[in-house]
Design a protein around this ligand. Sequence first.
Ligand SMILES: Cc1cc2nc3c(=O)[nH]c(=O)nc-3n(C[C@H](O)[C@H](O)[C@H](O)COP(=O)(O)O)c2cc1C
Length: 187
Amino acid sequence: MKPRLFLIVITLLTTVVIYGQTSDNAVTGLLLSAYSERNYTADPVTDEQIDIILKCGIKAPSAVNRQPWKFTVVNDTATMKQAIPNIVQGNVIIVISGLVSQTGTTPDFDCGLATENMFVAAHGLGLGARIYTGPVRNVNLNRDLFQIPAGYNAVSLLRIGNVDKNVDAVSAATPRKTPEEIINYKK
Ligand SMILES: Cc1cc2nc3c(=O)[nH]c(=O)nc-3n(C[C@H](O)[C@H](O)[C@H](O)COP(=O)(O)O)c2cc1C
């Protein structure tokens, strides 16, 4: 093999191997491509999809494995609209609530991890999802309507729905800071 051709082959192989370790992987590929959808179709999310998503939430790690959360599934449009006005039929909201009287641990942080697990799970199933904390105060003020369990306060809401596959995911996603702005390596 000629040296130049050999170099090209090695370069290509190296690229394939490196790419395989980063983006060409189900989980990293999903994390690198997912974004928080704003627009949903009226196609319903199925009970089976919600079951899997909830199981992924239950599997989230938590401090001392206390699992200080409750998940409330809301799928009637009128109630959902009280929290997120532009909700559409077919959407489902999961309210993630944290244990109130938990001292020495981090229920809000743990609830965040459960929320993110379910956000990623929804995208893994080909659905759209968006996390909301803006409506949390309103949900806690109307805890009976949302059936928030006693002793828990809503921490976040996860909106799940079907998305129009023709929406351009790349331009829909908001940009991120550069690695240089965020990461420093201790020398
Ligand atoms: C903790 C948290 C709270 C959020 N609250 C809201 C909210 O109240 N309303 C909203 O429209 N989006 C909310 N978002 C969505 C973010 O605005 C969105 O994830 C961010 O802009 C990045 O967008 P992208 O994932 O599409 O790139 C929230 C996200 C997180 C993680």
